[in-house]
Write a protein that binds this ligand. Structure first.
Ligand code: UD1
Ligand code: CA
Length: 451
């Protein structure tokens, strides 16, 4: 049985924020969300999140994906773990993590369980240039951990130690809850320190193991906005690296922003200043040119996106989008379509092989296959009170600068003459023309100029 306790009840005073600390996003996902996803990826059986400050917002976000323990008031990390006593009767191991450490990776969690196989407790440590505010790891002659001393409780010599407590521990679950009965608040901060368990285990004749985490930044704790920025940079680098190893070309990884849950196929090329967010899924051999923003987008193979925005929408195989286009609100673009310059789509379907190359708004519309939209077409979907749909069937041709006043249906292979304002439906094969006939006033141009 593998359990996890995530400490997330603290206020996070140094964030200077009305949002509780663990809800602050890193790569657009709350820190607590990263930790829970990673624990799930590591197949941990039970996850208990200890909440206190901001409990409601954490619960609203994580919903019933985890179990909760309420810590009220917050009397320290040891006290926080005591509240997770729903795990008291479990066998096996429990990993304890801090909710403000969003960068922890699945492999490290699995390694921690493995490292604790023959111990009551394994502390995950890292070696820094300077120990700063972190708890110091004091080892005994055998190299095992003798105690952890909080910076505020350190002697001068102890402060010199640069191996620190990452705040992540793996325990034998039974020994954890047993040991907690012995901790006190006898320290500089009058708190129940989880770290005191190390000395307690030693007194009971248990050896405490240390596992050094190689990348010291993976276990960093976010305490203020400066740390938050560091965590963003670290995780971004890590995510981009993973995609590059998987066969994605990223021209400038420092200036490419990909959320952790985004999927990308091989041979896709991503230019600088591209943002890929949420549950975006991108196929193979896709090209995403600079300044594109995709959120919850599904992009199939061989698509090209040029300086465009795609939100909650899908683009089918072989299509091209942009420059400067915006697809949003459940728009579905078929295969081999061309969405050109300055085009906006909202809540619309666009069939295979259809084209819409310039300056067009298509909203609340169902467009068939091989339809051509000229320049500057507008579907007039809103009368100020209600929205209506526009239907354009296969092979229709919509001339430039037409307005389609919805609800309206343009039949198969129908033609709309350029500059028409279409207020009633046009049947299959017919032409709709709705504009006044031109008159020519002979010689007036010259006359006007000379006036
Ligand atoms: C803690 C460790 C320190 C370690 C550091 C790593 C203790 C006593 N100290 O210090 O050795 O180097 O983490 O980042 O354990 N929390 C609660 N309830 C509480 C207090 C804290 O849930 O009553 C949570 C916080 O929300 C936070 C985590 O525990 O997610 C760590 O608390 P924090 O106050 O940041 O501890 P540090 O002083 O950083
Ligand atoms: Ca901390």
């Amino acid at each position: 049985m593998r359990s996890a306790i995530v400490l997330a009840a603290g206020k996070g005073t140094r964030m200077k924020s009305s949002l509780c600390k663990v809800m602050h996003p890193v790569l657009n996902k709350p820190m607590i969300g990263h930790i829970v996803s990673t624990l799930k990826a590591a197949n941990v059986d039970r996850i208990v999140v200890v909440v206190g400050h901001g409990a409601e917002s954490v619960k609203e976000y994580l919903k019933d994906s985890v179990e909760y323990a309420l810590q009220e008031p917050q009397l320290g990390t040891g006290h926080a773990v005591m509240q997770a006593n729903v795990l008291e009767h479990e066998d096996g191991d429990t990993i304890v993590l801090c909710g403000d450490g969003p960068c922890i990776q699945k492999e490290t969690i699995l390694n921690a369980f493995e490292a604790n196989k023959d111990y009551a407790c394994t502390v995950l440590t890292s070696v820094l240039e300077k120990g700063g505010n972190y708890g110091r790891i004091i080892r005994n002659e055998d190299g095992m951990v003798e105690k952890i001393v909080e910076a505020k409780d350190c002697s001068k010599d102890e402060l010199e130690v640069n191996e620190i407590n990452t705040g992540i521990f793996c325990f034998k679950t039974q020994k954890l809850f047993d040991g907690l009965k012995n901790i006190t608040t006898n320290n500089a901060q009058n708190e129940y320190y989880l770290t005191d368990l190390v000395e307690i285990f030693n007194r009971k004749g248990e050896k405490v193991n240390a596992m050094v985490v190689e990348d010291k930044d993976e276990t960093m704790g976010v305490n203020d906005r400066v740390d938050l920025a560091k965590a963003n940079v670290w995780l971004k680098k890590h995510v981009n690296h993973k995609h590059m190893v998987n066969g994605v070309t990223i021209l400038d990884p420092e200036n490419t922003y990909i959320d952790v849950d985004v999927e990308i196929g091989s041979d896709t090329v991503i230019y600088p200043n591209v943002h890929l967010q949420g549950n975006t899924k991108i196929g193979s051999n896709v090209t995403i040119l600079p300044n594109s923003y995709l959120c919850n987008a599904i992009i199939e193979n061989n698509v090209k996106i040029d300086s465009s925005k795609v939100v909650d929408s899908k683009v089918g195989e072989g299509s091209t989008v942009g420059p400067m286009s915006h697809l949003r609100n459940n728009t579905v673009i078929g295969n081999n379509c061309r969405i050109g310059n300055f085009v906006e789509f909202k809540n619309s379907n666009f069939g295979n092989g259809s084209k819409c190359a310039h300056l067009t708004y298509i909203g609340d519309s169902d467009v068939g296959e091989r339809v051509n939209f000229g320049c500057g077409v507008v579907t007039v979907n809103y009368d100020g009170k209600n929205k209506y749909r526009t239907v354009v069937e296969d092979d229709a041709f919509i001339g430039s600068n037409c307005n389609l006043i919805a609800p309206v249906t343009i039949g198969k292979s129908a033609l709309l003459a350029a500059g028409s304002t279409i207020t009633s439906s046009v049947k299959d094969g017919d032409m709709g023309i709705a504009r006044s006939r031109q008159t020519v006033v002979k010689g007036y141009g010259t006359k006007y100029k000379n006036k």
